[in-house]
Design a binder for this molecule. Structure first.
Ligand code: FAD
Length: 388
């Protein structure tokens, strides 16, 4: 089935599906999996408070300290107090953070942070230089997986992301650049859905986790455009990483652990100058084709504004762990956009914040994993769906 739906070039990109799958599985995915475990890449600085600017009356995200669970006892349903209780969390919870599956385990390795310039990313809403409200999170302890966050609250975020910021595709009038913003968001959405289905709570009573292939099929795999958008997003982010190769190669990865740091640097070089990638897909995406014409600068500003709104919407996500990964991945996308479209993108003079590099790399790893899962599990998931 793969052959029909996903053959030829990934739309708007410069590589075909088969090559992307091969290079990803043979070279990029194993490298990225190693890289995100290193001390430099596993700690992410983030403002986890719900500071939702859009829906002040939303009970889910109103409490600033909701994320550390300063919610009155009576806000928790019984099922949260007794982990073995059956049934999924109800959607009208005042504090979804009370859901243990959605809560973030915070750890800080202060040695891991030093020596990086702090800059504000114009594509995102958060002020990345504002340290006062930030906490540090060990991503390895907080995998992106099923959290039980669902229903109108989650739906409202996605609806706002799509309808308020980038009109539904396919719309013939959309110019290439706006279609790209839609595809990036849709690709990220597919990737999040793949991850929550790949690491799903199958049985709450026994706390059994595993793959839910029917869900993966229903949410993503049955829609070829959603899968294609995920490939597109992967190549877009991969291009940003390789475009910034000079900068990323020379960046400072010291965390006070010389053996680990040496390994980090070596893995980074293997990723940036990967012979398999360079031979098979040297230019994953060609950004030079965009922002041409008279309205170029104006359009770029408009899309930057839209992307900042999407970034601000992440403050309205009513589940802490979803918010963590939402913010990380949106910052990662914002960093990719900055590298590809700022005037000195990827060139001398480019400055990236440490956190941006972490977000970009972890986002690439998430996408790489989603593509691998979709490629490997697609036929089985489809067969299961046909049997039902
Ligand atoms: P949703 O995934 O909410 O989709 C809503 C609608 O968007 C669909 O009905 C469809 O019309 C459209 N749509 C769906 N996918 C695409 C696509 N790829 N491209 C274009 N349109 C699409 N839940 C977790 O369990 N773990 C997480 O880590 C997690 N992270 C999240 C992060 C963010 C930023 C947000 C907003 C939500 C997150 N969620 C997470 C919730 C999850 O994404 C779903 O919203 C939830 O599981 C309910 O799914 P749904 O079936 O209602 O459809």
């Amino acid at each position: 089935q793969d052959k029909h739906k996903y053959s030829g070039m990934v739309e708007d990109c410069c590589c075909d599906y088969e090559t992307v799958n091969r290079v990803n599985e043979e070279a990029l995915h194993p490298l990225l999996q190693e890289l995100v475990k290193t001390p430099f890449f596993r700690y992410f600085k983030v403002k986890l408070w719900c500071d939702c600017p859009f829906w002040p009356d939303d009970g889910m995200c109103r409490l600033r300290d909701c994320s550390v669970c300063e919610c009155p006892e009576n806000e928790f349903p019984e099922s949260f107090k007794k982990p073995a209780h059956h049934g999924l969390p109800s959607d009208d919870l005042v504090c979804q953070e009370g859901n243990p599956k959605g809560a973030v385990d915070r750890t800080l390795d202060s040695r891991a942070f030093k020596g990086w310039t702090e800059t504000d990313n114009p594509w995102t809403n958060d002020d990345e230089t504002d340290n006062a409200e930030m906490t540090y999170v060990n991503l390895q302890l907080n995998p992106e997986r099923y959290t039980g966050y669902t229903g109108p609250s989650a739906r409202r975020i996605w609806d706002a992301v799509y309808s308020e910021n980038c009109p539904k595709y396919p719309s013939e009038e959309l110019c290439q650049e706006e279609r790209i913003l839609y595809k990036l968001i849709s690709g990220l959405h597919s990737s999040i859905s793949i991850h929550l289905a790949a690491d799903y709570l199958l049985d709450e009573a026994t706390n059994k986790w595993g793959q839910n292939l029917s869900l993966m099929y229903d949410r993503v795999l049955r829609y070829p455009d959603r899968v294609r958008n995920m490939y597109f997003t992967f190549l877009f982010v991969l291009r940003a990483v390789t475009k910034a190769a000079n900068y990323l190669e020379q960046a400072e990865y010291e965390t006070g652990n010389p053996i680990e740091d040496l390994k980090t640097h070596s893995l980074i070089r293997q990723l940036l100058y990967n012979p398999k990638l360079q031979a098979a897909c040297p230019l994953p995406f060609d950004e030079a084709k965009l922002w041409k014409g008279q309205s170029g600068p104006e359009l770029k500003q408009k899309i930057q504004g839209q992307f900042r709104n999407i970034s601000a919407l992440m403050d309205c996500v009513g589940c802490e762990k979803c918010r963590l990964w939402g913010k990380l991945q949106v910052l990662g996308l914002g960093t990719a956009l900055e590298i590809l479209f700022s005037d000195n993108g990827g060139q001398p003079g480019q400055t990236l914040h440490r956190n941006e590099v972490i977000a970009l790399t972890n986002l690439l790893n998430r996408l790489s994993e989603s593509i691998k899962i979709a490629h490997e599990m697609g036929p089985t998931a489809e067969a299961i769906a046909e049997d039902q």
